[in-house]
Structure formats: C-alpha cells, structure tokens
Write a protein that binds this ligand. Structure first.
Ligand SMILES: [Zn+2]
Ligand SMILES: [Zn+2]
Length: 380
C-alpha cells in the first residue's frame, strides 16, 4: 500500500494531543478509525503487520528512483518523530542527544583521533561527545538535531540528575527472558517491581526506567544481575522511546505512564551493587600482640611458639603444620586455659602469613582445634 495521504483534515485533531497507539508519544493526528497515531508510526506498522498486503503489492518504480525518494522521506519522518520525542523526554527531566539508526551518536567527534578526543567531555563547547552532549535544554536539542539530519533516534544519558536514571534492559530473544528473570529475582529477594515508565524495543524486550539515590554506585553490566538483564547507570545510555533503529521502533509500552519514573526498590538496588572487595586481613597484628601479652606467661609461650612453627613451615607442609599446631592449642582451649577466639586469631594470622587462603586456614584450624578438644575422631 502506498503512503497514507493524511493531509485530509479528518486526520487532524486540533483540540488535543493523544498518545500514539504505536509509540505512546503525543500526537494530534488520527488514523482512519480516528485513533491517535503518527503517520510514520502507522506506516511502519502497515509495513510490518502481516494482515496488510505483502510487500510485493507495494507499487515500486523500476530503476530505484522512487524507493530512493521513499527512503529519504522516511528518514526525514523518523528524524521529525525522534526530535519531538526527544523534547518530550527532556520535559520529563531526561538528558538526550541524537543517535543514528545503528544506535551510535549521530554527531561525529569534533576532535581528531587521539588524546584530546579520548579526554574531552564536551568541555570544548562543541557537539560530538556522545553521551556527554546529553542535555534537557530544548534549544541545544534543536541545534544538535539540526547538525545531524540523518539522526533517527535519541539516546538518554543514565545516572544524571534529576532522576539518576537506572535503565533495566530486559531482553526477550536468543532464548533469554529478562522479564521472567526479574520476576524471579523479585520473588526470591522480596521486592515488588514498581509500575514505572517502560519502553518496548523492536525485538520484544523492555526498558524499565527507575530512579536511584544520587550517591548510588553500581556498574553498567550485561547479564550479571541475571540472564537477559542488562543494567545501565552512570555513563550508560538507553535508546529513547520514539526512536527508530535498524530493527524498528522504540515506543512506550502500552499501559505505561511516561511521566511516572518510580524509585528502584532497595533490595533491587542491592542486587545491582557489586559485593564489597575481598576483606582486609581479619586480624590486626598490633591488637593481636596486645591480646597475647595480656595472657599469663605459659599461654603466651604456647601461642607464640605454635605461631612461630606455622610461620617457619615450608610450602608443602603448611596445612599439616597448621593442623598440628591447632590441635596442640586446642587441648588448652578445651581445658579452658586459652580463650578460643584468641587461639583462632593467632593461628589464622600465622596460617595466612604462609600464603594459605583465609578459608583454607579457617577449615584447617577448626578441624585442628576440634582434634585437640577430642571432638574430632577421624584422621586429619
Ligand atoms: Zn507514534
Ligand atoms: Zn571536545
């Protein structure tokens, strides 16, 4: 079917904008059934909808002249649609910048390749720094789109004021189902996925928009939180609703309120935050020496002696030596002569000094102490 002729006044509602039934963004236009729809969205739908005549039925001129024009027209319509959508997002506090059909920054870098290009974060005042160009300023958005007439979409910079946006990119392709995985995580960790602005992607996935506390620190990640769940935070970007990419349209998912961006539940935020770095040495040497010094001379001699034996042991026999020392000390722990916590810390400090890991030491010491106390029957 040829492009719809919507110059007819019946396709225009001058009283009110309504959400386009395909992309969810406001439009004064109405389709043949008087339903709100952008012309470009309705035509795109017509081309992908299997109930409409197949592509072969579209009258195409020989020689490629008309299709060429069609492509230009379509590209311009996509540019228009993306620009209006970018303004709509900016009004809701999203920082935006134009991108291409391939989801890349539409404005090339003003810097030659090299140090300056890598370092400049738009401080030079020119456009072309990708996510660093992102702004809510309407005049700058217009200027950027004018500088990139080939843009068909816009990116949203995550992690920036006022929302400190988190984008949860839930894939539903290649056997992954990020939506189901998020539901599983919610059940497991006891949180509810809030009703929030949600974008549907051309491949059937969803982007959930959530706000984060300004000081939240978490990495951008792919499939780390769960299979099919990608996380976009500070430094990351999302393709904005109303963009056209090579695979099709990004629009607000039906039933979504574009103006409601819900806070990320704390339990979910904790899942996005990486576990703390490996713990520092458990035993503070100075404090340990102090504790040993407070013991009577006999206890001091036993602890210092066993620790010295462990430290002096060469590589192959380390664990065996640690076990034997723990067993010796364990007898005195069992007799109530040496505090168990002090025995454990002293042996742990000595064991880790030999290069054994903390968990290897803890396992060996626990077994050794038990042997000394007579509660471990089996051989080491
Ligand atoms: Zn639309
Ligand atoms: Zn620059």
């Amino acid at each position: 079917m040829a492009a719809l002729d919507w110059r007819d006044a019946r396709h225009y509602d001058r009283t009110t904008d309504k959400p386009c039934r395909w992309c969810g963004l406001p439009t004064p236009l109405r389709d043949d059934q008087r339903r709100p729809a952008h012309k470009v969205c309705a035509e795109q739908q017509q081309n992908t909808d299997t109930s409409t005549p197949p592509a072969a039925a579209v009258p195409v001129a020989e020689g490629g002249v008309l299709p060429q024009l069609d492509r230009q027209e379509k590209s311009l319509a996509h540019w228009d649609h993306a620009l209006a959508a970018a303004h709509f997002a900016a009004e809701r506090g999203m920082r935006v910048f134009p991108i291409t059909r391939m989801k890349k920054p539409a404005i090339p870098s003003p810097h030659p390749p090299g140090h300056e290009r890598d370092e400049c974060r738009a401080a030079c005042g020119r456009f072309g720094h990708g996510v660093h160009d992102a702004t809510t300023d309407h005049a700058r958005i217009d200027a950027m789109f004018r500088a990139a007439p080939w843009a068909t979409g816009y990116g949203i910079a995550c992690g920036r004021a006022p929302h400190h946006l988190i984008g949860l990119d839930l894939d539903r392709k290649n056997g992954l189902d990020g939506v189901a995985e998020l539901a599983r995580l919610a059940a497991e960790h006891g949180f509810t996925v809030p009703a929030t602005a949600t974008v549907s992607t051309p491949t059937g996935g969803l982007h959930l928009w959530l706000t984060a506390p300004p000081d939240a620190v978490f990495p951008n990640s792919v499939g780390v939180v769960g299979p099919g769940i990608d996380v976009r935070g500070p430094g990351g970007l999302l393709v904005g609703p109303g963009s056209y990419g090579a695979r099709g349209r990004y629009g607000f998912a039906s039933g979504t309120d574009p103006s409601t961006v819900a806070p990320c539940p704390p339990e979910l935020l904790a899942l996005l935050t990486p576990p703390p770095a490996p713990a520092a040495p458990v035993v503070d040497p100075a404090e340990l020496r102090d504790r040993v010094r407070q013991q009577d001379a006999y206890t001091r001699a036993v602890l210092d002696g066993e620790a010295a034996k462990v430290r002096a042991q060469s590589h192959p026999g380390r664990a065996k030596r640690l076990f034997a020392s723990a067993a010796s000390v364990g007898r005195l722990v069992h007799a109530g002569t040496i505090p168990e916590a002090l025995a454990l810390d002293t042996l742990l400090d000595a064991g880790m000094a030999t290069g054994l890991t903390r968990s290897e030491c803890e396992r060996t010491i626990t077994r050794g102490l038990a042997r000394g106390a007579g509660t471990l029957r089996s051989a080491a």
